[in-house]
Ligand binder design. Structure first.
Ligand code: NAG
Ligand code: NAG
Ligand code: NAG
Ligand code: NAG
Length: 398
């Protein structure tokens, strides 16, 4: 008895000691659940390798201001739920082609203040990536990698390539979701409208501490008029020529790139309305078959019209609720990111923290007077019920 206990204790120690020891270096990271997301705060901890012992379901990793030189796919792919990864101010130089391959949930990637000279093309095909910060990487291969990887499939909303000593801007092509483009601190030897024509949702072009040379001096005015026409917030650029000497002209090529971007947005909204119509038709058809079976007579026209109207109203109410709920989720994530990343700005920190706490504890749900939740599940359960009845009725018929 005594001996058995001692043996099992020994086994326990032998089995668990090595793995414990391997992970001691990662105890420096503070893991916590903040604002509903599991995050690991490893800011300024003199870390040299990507932490291997964090919880694998961690969603936010803050690794800014450390000494990491290299990240391999094996080190990072254990964190499959990762949504935000902050690696600013490290010693990264070359990233492997496959480094970020498995991070299909990654929404925000900060690689600012490194010495990256090889950014893997795969970054521009990450299916969830919305924000990409590449500021202050003086030798970055951004021009070549974008050229090689276009068309970009990531739903990028914000790109920061500030202070990268670029001479021309990368040709991103069409980015229909981009609203922030940060090119500040660059001094370009050439700039054209083409460089921004594919961003039809652009809201802010940060071009502070910036200068550019225009092959055609009138392009300086053309560019600014283009931005003003589209209500983009930017800093005025000093031109070499008087505005009166130029007439506002946009080349057909630039216009067609812009139109292609807009068309892309329209296609997306068409697709979502298509889903709506398909859903509606399935429901309606099932319902009509049910009715026909039930009555075994000809279904009267007024009944059909009433059912169509009811279903239509239901969908018109429910579908926007689902979209709004999804948008709310995105807002939560963005706010959380702001709180985690904008921590240096104490003035707003408290306010944002409070706001996040508030919205987080407020269950956000549309419902019919608290009885029925108005979401996709409602449609699903109605469909389920209809089909069940249909089967029962079919059996009765036999
Ligand atoms: C990455 O892949 C490209 C081809 O897609 C290849 O030319 C390049 O050598 C690879 N780079 C590394 C560091 O593996
Ligand atoms: C653009 O980048 C600069 C330098 O990195 C930064 O100071 C600025 O806040 C950025 N602008 C926006 C709108 O994020
Ligand atoms: C950017 O420009 C402002 C004034 O225009 C200047 O005060 C600031 O030092 C500049 N920043 C950099 C990093 O050059
Ligand atoms: C552009 O943005 C800056 C700060 O982000 C703001 O101060 C300024 O008023 C904006 N300009 C316009 C015309 O909206």
């Amino acid at each position: 008895m005594w001996r058995a206990k001692a043996t099992s204790f020994f086994c326990f120690v032998v089995l668990f000691l090595p793995s414990e020891e391997k992970c001691t270096d990662d105890k420096v990271c503070v893991q916590m659940k903040t604002h509903g997301m599991l995050s690991a705060d490893c800011y300024n901890k003199n870390i040299r390798n990507f932490p291997q012992c964090l919880r694998t379901d961690v969603e936010v990793i803050e690794l800014s201001y450390n000494r990491i030189r290299k990240i391999t796919k094996d080190e990072i792919s254990r964190y499959k739920k990762l949504k935000m990864l902050y690696l600013a101010d490290n010693l990264l130089t070359n990233l492997e082609n496959s480094t970020f391959e498995d991070l299909t949930n990654l929404m925000s990637l900060d690689l600012s203040l490194n010495g990256i000279s090889y950014l893997p093309p795969l970054v521009f095909h990450l299916p969830s990536l919305k924000r990409l910060y590449l500021s202050q990487n003086q030798n970055i291969n951004i021009i070549e990698v974008v050229e090689e990887t276009r068309p970009i499939t990531s739903p990028l909303e914000a790109i920061d390539i500030s202070f990268n000593e670029l001479e021309v801007l990368p040709n991103f092509g069409i980015l229909p979701n981009l609203w922030l483009y940060n090119i500040s601190g660059n001094h370009l030897l050439s700039m054209r409208i083409r460089d921004i024509a594919g961003f039809c949702k652009l809201k802010k072009l940060d071009n502070t501490n910036f200068s550019a040379y225009f092959d055609n001096p009138c392009d300086c005015w053309n560019l600014q008029s283009w931005l003003e026409e589209r209500n983009v917030n930017f800093t005025k650029i000093a031109c070499d020529i008087k505005k009166e000497a130029c007439t506002y002209t946009i080349s057909d090529e630039d216009m067609s790139v812009y139109n292609a971007c807009q068309q892309h947005i329209e296609e997306v909204s068409q697709k979502s309305s298509l889903v709506k119509i398909v859903c509606f038709n399935i429901l309606l058809q099932t319902f009509l078959v049910c009715r026909a079976l039930e009555t075994e007579e000809k279904v009267d026209a007024s009944g059909i019209i009433i059912s169509i109207t009811y279903f239509w109203i239901l969908l018109v109410i429910v579908v926007p609720c689902v979209f709004v709920k999804n948008e709310f989720q995105t807002l939560m994530i963005t706010l959380t990111e702001f709180a985690v990343k904008g921590g240096s700005c104490d003035k707003y920190d408290d306010h944002i923290s409070n706001l996040i706490l508030q919205v987080h504890h407020q269950t956000f749900e549309f419902s019919a007077n608290g009885v029925l939740p108005l979401d996709g599940k409602l449609i699903y359960s109605i469909l389920g019920a209809v089909i069940t009845y249909l089967i029962i009725l079919l059996q009765f018929n036999n």
